[in-house]
Design a protein around this ligand. Structure first.
Ligand code: PSU
Ligand code: MN
Length: 304
């Protein structure tokens, strides 16, 4: 189905017209966040989890001049292996469409496209944020500015541990973005279930749906961040991660990596240092976020 710039997969088009809950998934995690073949296995498995939980998966990406909402047979295979897939954040969307490049969407770009498609909930691993050393680099992810202006609920395992979490939370407060810990008052740190930072706790999906709806009723159009901690059995504790991340950042500085390359480099370097453990943790936490996003999606349908 075509709708201007958007091209829906049959599955997503049917779900939207029949009122089934649709959960958006991003594609940067596939093309730039994980190595092959784990990225392909994970992408397929995440879509399966969404279906098992009674919702419809809508992986977002760009191909042939269209914003694609939902995948067909070979799309995931292509995204997970093609060498020239662009990492597309909000400002790259139009350029990628005009040039008909293949693009994997970040949290920011996925939120924008999900909102265009009428999808209200989206699951990822961890959002981007304010980077450590921001005083020098000024590196602040567009994920934060998109959360400020786009009404989509993002379920993530807190913010990526490679970031300055305190500053990321301060930015979100300034931007007027509601942030809640899912059944926790400790803000989760991606690989770690807990960090030293506190967050408002929320215990029920019904409350999430109500607050999201009320926001718009009072004219607030920002997104909302639900921080879902990784199960403790799969976590890498915060203290242990601290040293690993310092090492990865030092390596990055030697190589003078900046801009878009920062997050993919750090995730890969941490995977090497932890001998693959961080990748397993990353996969487990996205799976858990996808399940929670499904519960929120179903609640939003009930309340509408
Ligand atoms: N979560 C993951 N792995 C990832 C990302 C998130 O588990 O690779 C991606 C998301 O697409 C997020 C991006 O939007 O990293 C942030 O990139 P940057 O810091 O350049 O904004
Ligand atoms: Mn950045």
């Amino acid at each position: 189905m075509d709708n201007g710039q958007l091209r829906f997969s049959e599955e997503v088009a049917d779900a939207l017209s029949s009122g089934l809950a649709v959960v958006a998934l991003e594609s940067t995690i596939i093309a730039h966040g994980m190595p092959f073949p784990q990225n392909l296995e994970t992408a397929r498995h995440l879509e399966e989890i969404v279906r098992e939980n009674g919702c419809c998966p809508a992986t977002v990406f760009l191909r042939d001049g269209f914003i694609r909402i939902g995948t067909d047979d070979d799309d995931l295979e292509f995204l997970s292996q093609a060498k020239d897939v662009k990492k597309v954040t909000t400002r790259d969307l139009a350029e990628t469409l005009v040039n008909k490049w293949t693009g994997a969407t970040t949290v920011a770009a996925t939120m924008h496209c999900a909102n265009m498609a009428g999808i209200e909930v989206f699951a990822t691993g961890g959002i981007g944020g304010v980077h450590r050393g921001v005083e020098m680099s000024f590196d602040i992810s567009a994920d934060l500015t998109e959360l400020q202006r786009t009404p989509v609920i993002v379920v993530s395992a807190g913010a990526k541990a490679i970031l300055d979490i305190g500053k990321t939370l301060e930015f979100l407060e300034t931007a007027g973005v509601p942030v809640y810990g899912w059944q926790t008052a400790s803000f989760p740190g991606f690989y770690s279930a807990k960090t030293p930072w506190k967050v408002n706790r929320i215990n029920e999906v019904k409350t999430i749906a109500e607050i999201f709806k009320r926001q718009r009723e009072i004219g607030l159009n920002s997104g909302m961040l639900i921080a879902n901690p990784i199960a403790e059995e799969f976590e890498i504790a915060w203290d242990k991660m601290a040293l690993i991340i310092e090492q990865a950042i030092a390596d990055m500085e030697i190589l003078r990596i900046s801009g878009k390359g920062v997050t993919p480099f750090l995730l890969n370097r941490i995977k090497e240092i932890t001998e693959g453990c961080s990748l397993t943790t990353n996969i487990r936490l996205v799976e858990s976020n996808v399940k929670l996003a499904c519960e929120i999606g179903k609640q939003l349908i009930i309340d509408n």
